[in-house]
Design a protein around this ligand. Structure first.
Ligand code: NAD
Length: 275
C-alpha cells in the first residue's frame, strides 16, 4: 500500500483517502459513479464495477484516473452471484493491496403489485440489493479487522425505513440491508471498522428515470406529472436529491471524523422519512 502514498508520506487533508483502496459496486452509472468519483477526488484508489458496456466502463475508468491521479480499475463481476461478489473483493485486494473501503451500491428495481410480482424478479432484487451486501461484507471484514481500519457503507434507501406500494422486493431488501448494517457494525465495533447505511430519497439517475417512464405508461400520465405528483410528493423539499449530495454523505462516513458513527442509517431524502 505504501506505493499509493504521496512522496512525503502524508496525505494533504483534501486527499484524506490517499493510500486507501475503495471498491464501489454498481459504479458504472448513477450514484455509484458519483461515489467512486468523490472517493477518487479525495485520493483513494478505486475499483469500479457494474454491468453494461466495457467501453463505457473504460471511458469512466480513464476519466477518473486522469482527473484525480489515482489508480482506477474496472471489474465486471455480477453482483447477483455470490461467488462473483467474493471474486471482486479478492481481485481488488490482489491488484491494489487491500480493500479499505467497501461501498455496496449496486441495485435493481421492479415495480408491480405483489400478486403480479414475477418470482425471478424477486430473486434477482434480493440477490443484488441484499445478498451481495452480505457476500461483499463477509469478504472484506477479515482484512479490515486485521489491519484495524475499514469502512463499509451500504447505499440503502428511504425505502429501507418506510414502504411504498408495488415495491415489495426492493423495500424488503433495503430493510434487510439496514438490519445487516447494524449486525456488521456490532461485530466489527472494537476493530476500527465502521458499517453504516445511506438512505437516499429520490435521486435523479437512470434507475429513477426508468421508473418515471414506467409509471407514466402505467398511469397514463406525462412524465412531468409522474415526477411532481408521485415521486416528489413524498419528498418535502420537492426536488430530487443530487448524486453529489449522496456522494458527499458517503465520503463523510468514510472519513476519520465519522469514526464513532457505526450502525447508523443516514437519510439523505429531503425530509421524506420525517413524515
Ligand atoms: P443505476 O441504475 O443508475 O445504477 C445501478 C448500478 O448498479 C449500475 O452501475 C449497474 O450496472 C449496477 N448493477 C445492477 N445490477 C448489477 C449486477 N447484477 N452486478 C453488478 N452491477 C449491477 O441506479 P442508481 O439510481 O444510481 O442506484 C444506485 C443505488 O442507490 C441502488 O442501490 C439504489 O437502490 C439506491 N437508491 C437510488 C435512489 C434513486 O433515487 N436513484 C434512491 C434510493 C436508493
Amino acid at each position: 500500500m505504501d506505493s499509493l502514498h504521496t512522496p512525503s508520506g502524508r496525505a494533504p487533508a483534501a486527499r484524506e483517502f490517499e493510500g486507501r483502496v475503495a471498491v464501489v459496486t454498481g459504479s458504472t452509472s448513477g450514484i455509484g459513479l458519483g461515489i467512486a468519483e468523490a472517493l477518487a477526488a479525495r485520493g483513494a484508489a478505486v475499483v469500479l464495477n457494474g454491468l453494461g458496456g466495457r467501453e463505457e466502463a473504460e471511458v469512466a475508468r480513464r476519466r477518473l484516473a486522469e482527473a484525480h491521479g489515482v489508480p482506477v480499475l474496472y471489474d465486471a463481476a455480477d453482483m447477483s452471484r455470490g461467488g462473483e461478489v467474493q471474486g471482486l473483493v479478492e481481485r481488488s485486494a490482489a491488484a491494489l493491496g487491500a480493500v479499505d473501503i467497501l461501498v455496496n451500491n449496486a441495485g435493481v428495481q421492479h415495480v408491480a403489485p405483489i400478486e403480479d410480482f414475477p418470482s425471478e424478479r424477486w430473486e434477482l432484487i434480493l440477490a443484488v440489493n441484499l445478498s451481495a451486501v452480505f457476500h461483499a461484507t463477509r469478504a472484506v471484514l477479515p482484512g479490515m479487522k486485521r489491519r484495524g481500519w475499514g469502512r463499509v457503507v451500504n447505499i440503502a434507501s428511504a425505502h429501507g425505513l418506510v414502504a411504498s406500494p408495488f415495491k415489495s422486493a426492493y423495500v424488503a431488501a433495503k430493510h434487510g440491508v439496514l438490519g445487516l448494517t447494524k449486525v456488521a457494525a456490532l461485530e466489527a465495533a472494537t476493530s476500527g471498522v465502521t458499517c453504516n447505511a445511506v438512505c437516499p430519497g429520490y435521486v435523479w439517475t437512470p434507475l429513477v428515470a426508468g421508473q418515471v417512464s414506467a409509471q407514466a405508461k402505467a398511469h397514463g400520465l406525462t412524465e412531468e406529472e409522474v415526477t411532481q405528483e408521485i415521486f416528489l410528493k413524498e419528498q418535502p423539499t420537492r426536488r430530487f436529491a443530487t448524486v453529489e449530495e449522496i456522494s458527499a454523505a458517503t465520503a463523510f462516513l468514510c472519513s476519520e471524523a465519522a469514526a464513532s458513527i457505526t450502525g447508523a442509517a443516514l437519510p439523505v431524502d429531503g425530509g421524506w422519512t420525517a413524515h
